[in-house]
Design a protein around this ligand. Structure first.
Ligand SMILES: Nc1ncnc2c1ncn2[C@@H]1O[C@H](COP(=O)(O)OP(=O)(O)O)[C@@H](O)[C@H]1O
Ligand SMILES: [Mg+2]
Length: 634
């Protein structure tokens, strides 16, 4: 999940980074393109403004009263008309020269005449080409004073220092930027009578810049500020602008940066870029305003506030970051849900497994899904159920066993009591039946019956004693004994019996087996039981092999009695050591032989084991530890 989240996080960071970069650049590019074309529009307006002046002077120079006044040699005749034209058209000055360019009439400054303006750009052009001319020019203060004294004060600008302004000497701008147009006044033959020239001082004249602003930017505002601004510069100084100072006044007298100045005034190129204008960042475009000779004398500027664009960029950035963050958050939530769905069942399984380990087999985990986890939960549940079933079986089995052994204990106790009670009467019957038999003459017909009584009484007595042995096992009286001797004694006691007549006894004794610490009488009882059982299983005919071995590692002796009898069936095998279990017909077996033997061998710290195959034979193996001398006599 973490890796998955990491990938998603990285991818969205990458994508939003690239998108932000591309869109941010695109936004600023777009703004620069816009300002670039806005500047071209502004230039056209400036040119249209010039063209209007051009037309004005062209028509005015063509008026008959002017021509007639000049032909008559009395220019003053036209003074009234010309002054009217000047005021009506909002001109700052209107001047008439003779054919040599010598001023003969000044509508804005009556009386100041006689100076030659033949060197003035538009006047010279008009004289030379006999056609109207229009152009922008810089008028120094004395020229301003000569043409119209009112212009001196309007042109004068205190220079204002701003953060990015280029350095410059002086604190006042006294020159003025003038839009000037001239037209020749011709006689009826087309000869030049004089030149009429008019002009508008651009300093502090806001109509052009405000027209540009209103036309191009239609008064768009952003957070209380005009988005678009336009300015006319004289050299590097703002002389007509709608860029505002912080106090809301027009930022006249402020200057452009060195970088822009270098490019526009000195190199005569357009400049487009980000610039700090007066007190805010703008996306700006500047281009030179040239005089008639083509030299840059000022600049035309438009700029749009950068803030709306940077805000747009910020909003886009925020939007992208927001989307990325939201995406990652969504991924986190989804992975959390998925991992919960995965880990909850796993946790439930772990918990349930612990409970099973602690023995609570009732536990079941909920199966909520059909996927691998669901199947696992299902498998777990069936496992727990199976464990529970087996556990109950085992408990039931154990309960039965306990009941069984309780029952056996009761029966055993009863048998012991009965045997105890029967022992003395049986002794009496045995003794007296013997005596009776001895006293009877050899030919007495009763003798057969008495003999039977003796035999049966002996049997009863044997059973009773075996019962007593079993119910009150004696502590073994151990001493150092040779097990061969004990086995051989058994055979010598038994060999005479009819049961053994047809049995071949094979002795497979290992050599050098040490003596053991045992109770010889009890061991004899064990071996007798095993030998008689074997003989009975073989029905009195067969081979009985006695094998001895010394287990060096365990320091114990193994004695095996292997017969070729009928063997023991699987179901009997589990019960042959049970007291009273016998397969022999009533009156022939007590079912106590193996039970007693088992007890004795166990008391000696040994084991008794059996291997058997039905129809082939049986092997009983007694394994006895050598014992230690310390046990002797105990
Ligand atoms: N060597 C053997 N071969 C076959 N069955 C045997 C052998 N030894 C014991 N048994 C079986 O074990 C039963 C119990 O033996 P045991 O306790 O000696 O009682 P009993 O000999 O009185 O029947 C026998 O009835 C017999 O079925
Ligand atoms: Mg027996």
């Amino acid at each position: 999940m973490l890796a998955f989240l990491l990938i998603i996080g990285l991818l969205s960071a990458m994508f939003s980074g690239v998108a932000i970069f591309l869109i941010g650049n695109r936004v600023l590019d777009e703004a620069q393109n816009r300002v670039d074309s806005d500047l071209s529009a502004a230039r056209q307006m400036y040119d249209a403004y010039s063209a209007a002046l051009y037309d004005l002077v062209r028509f005015s120079a063509d008026r008959f009263y002017l021509r007639d006044a000049l032909i008559a040699g009395f220019p003053d005749i036209a003074a009234g008309e010309l002054r009217g034209t000047m005021l009506r058209e909002g001109l700052d000055f209107l001047t008439l020269t003779d054919a040599d360019g010598v001023v003969s009439l000044r509508a804005a400054h009556p009386g100041v005449v006689g100076d030659s303006q033949a060197g003035d750009g538009v006047v010279a052009a008009a004289l030379e080409s006999r056609l109207p001319a229009v152009g922008t020019a810089v008028f120094a203060v004395d020229r301003l004073a000569a043409e119209a004294p009112a212009m001196v004060e309007r042109a004068r600008l205190e220079l204002v220092e701003t953060q990015a302004a280029r350095a410059r000497e002086g604190t006042v701008e006294t020159s003025g930027l003038v839009l000037e147009a001239a037209a020749p006044v011709l006689d009826y033959n087309g000869e030049v009578l004089g030149v009429l020239y008019v002009g508008r001082l651009l300093s502090r004249r806001v109509e052009i810049v405000d027209l540009i602003k209103e036309t191009i930017f239609s008064g768009e505002r952003y957070r209380g500020e005009d988005i678009g601004t336009a300015t006319i510069f004289l050299d590097d100084v703002r002389i007509a602008t709608n860029v505002l100072n912080e106090d809301g006044s027009r930022a006249l007298g402020t200057r452009v940066s060195e970088e822009v100045y270098q490019r526009v005034i000195l190199e005569g190129q357009r400049w487009v870029g980000r610039a700090y204008v007066v007190n805010d960042w703008y996306i700006t475009a500047y281009e030179p305003i040239t005089d008639l000779a083509g030299d840059p004398i000022g600049m035309l500027y438009v700029g749009i506030l950068e803030q709306p664009y940077t805000d747009l960029r910020t909003r886009t950035t925020l939007l992208f970051v927001g989307i990325a963050v939201a995406g990652v958050a969504l991924a986190v939530v989804i992975s959390f849900v998925i991992s919960r769905r995965l880990s909850n069942p796993v946790r439930a399984l772990v918990k349930a497994s612990r409970q099973v380990a602690e023995g609570n087999l009732e536990v079941q985990v909920p199966v909520n899904s059909r996927d691998e986890l669901g199947r696992l939960a299902g498998a777990f549940n069936s496992m727990a159920a199976a464990l529970k079933a087996r556990d109950e079986q085992l408990k039931e089995f154990a309960r039965k066993r306990v009941m069984e052994s309780e029952r056996l204990a009761v029966v055993g106790q009863l048998a012991a009591d009965v045997a105890h009670e029967l022992n003395n009467p049986m002794q009496g019957i045995v003794t007296y039946s013997h005596l009776l038999l001895e006293k009877l003459p050899a030919d007495d017909p009763q003798r057969v019956s008495v003999q039977k009584i003796v035999t049966q009484a002996n049997r009863c007595s044997t059973i009773v004693r075996a019962l007593l042995d079993f119910s009150r096992p004696k502590k073994p009286a151990k001493k150092l004994a040779n097990l061969y001797t004990i086995i051989e004694e058994c055979f010598s006691l038994l060999e005479a019996r009819a049961l053994f007549h047809n049995i071949e006894v094979v002795r497979d004794y290992a050599e050098g087996i040490p003596q053991a610490v045992v109770d010889p009488a009890q061991m004899q009882q064990v071996f007798m039981n095993l030998i008689i059982n074997a003989a009975e299983a073989m029905g009195g005919a067969g081979k009985l092999t006695v094998t001895t071995r010394f287990e060096t590692a365990r320091r114990s002796i193994q004695i095996t009695f292997r017969d070729t009898g009928h063997g023991i069936s699987e179901e009997d095998m589990a019960r042959i050591f049970d007291p009273f279990f016998t397969t022999k017909e009533v009156g022939h077996g007590t079912g106590l032989g193996l039970a007693i033997s088992f007890g004795i061998v166990k008391e000696h710290g040994g084991t008794i084991t059996v291997e058997s195959q039905v129809g082939v034979g049986t092997a009983f193996t007694v394994e006895l530890p050598l014992g230690s001398v310390a046990e002797v006599g105990s």
